[in-house]
Ligand binder design. Structure first.
Ligand code: ATP
Length: 267
């Protein structure tokens, strides 16, 4: 859904995320528990980090896991794209930032997700100039006012953490840096399984083995999603063109041959 800046509880579950177990544990401890047991945290006077920065190569599940966190926490999710916030009229970006945080507080518990957050936060004095500077200052003010007690958690995502203004990476802001790597060969199999969860994949298909194939090396989660889609497309085409001519009643499924064909197409 492209309802920019509006809140919904996303429909992504942990099962839709392949691999990334480390991140899942991190967010269970840092976001899910504080949302579930606020009185216990208050009783023991424990403050948890409420700002996170997911960084790493594109298409490896940063957006996906942020949505899964919101879903599993039963929290609202507000998706903001950094560049879109910046492309407002002078003065309006700051108002937009303020409005976003107000909205997040009124629908707490809430996850505010800043995609391409580096666009907002390029080191001061470099590209962008004073518009970025004012926007950044507003963002810092709002981040310092968010937090556990207001039920607002902030997750940023970037492919370029090195260009981020260091002021943003302090505790209480995007204070916890979490790397989201390209999947390993084993994780590629797990991602394919997550992606195929609701598809008619033939029982003979070994998704772990496909994930370990040479031709899958260096594929991201997004590449694997494209692969899965191509394989499904090939199988569907076969079904549609030979509908009626099949004599047995075995169901149409996605087979290894479809994945092989899809792989040649992807690479
Ligand atoms: P970008 O930096 O380009 O915004 P991203 O890291 O946020 O990328 P996502 O948008 O989460 O990447 O991933 C894009 C798509 O790729 C997802 O919608 C999903 O279909 C697939 N995908 C990526 N990573 C995974 C994963 N770990 N498990 C399952 N699917 C994945």
């Amino acid at each position: 859904s492209r309802r920019e800046g509006f809140s919904t509880v996303p429909n992504v579950k942990w099962e839709d995320v392949g691999g990334l177990d480390f991140l899942r544990q991190e967010f269970e401890r840092d976001i899910l528990r504080p949302i579930k047991f606020p009185e216990d945290y208050a009783e023991f006077g424990v403050d948890m980090e409420t700002g996170f920065l997911l960084y790493g190569p594109p298409g490896c599940g940063k957006t996906l896991i942020a949505k899964a966190v919101a879903n599993e926490a039963g929290a609202n999710f507000i998706h903001i794209k950094g560049p879109e916030l910046l492309n407002k009229y002078v003065g309006e970006s700051e108002l937009a930032v303020r409005t976003l945080f107000t909205r997040a507080r009124t629908c707490s518990p809430c996850i505010l997700f800043f995609d391409e957050v580096d666009a907002l936060t390029t080191k001061r004095g470099k590209e962008g100039g004073w518009v970025v500077e004012r926007l950044l200052n507003q963002l810092l003010i709002e981040l310092d006012g968010a937090g556990q007690r207001s039920g607002v958690f902030v997750i940023g995502a970037t492919n370029r953490p090195e260009v981020m203004d260091p002021a943003l990476l302090r505790p209480g802001r995007f204070g916890k840096l979490l790397y989201v790597p390209l999947p390993s060969s084993e994780e590629r199999g797990l991602i394919l399984k997550a992606l195929g969860r609701k598809k008619p994949i033939d029982a003979s298909v070994d998704l772990s083995a496909i994930g370990q194939m040479q031709s899958c090396e260096n594929l991201s989660g997004a590449d694997l999603a494209a692969l899965m889609n191509e394989a499904a497309k090939a199988a569907l085409e076969e079904k549609l063109i030979s509908k009626g001519s099949k004599t047995d009643d075995t169901p149409w499924t996605i087979k290894t041959i479809h994945f092989e064909r899809a792989l040649t197409k992807i690479s």
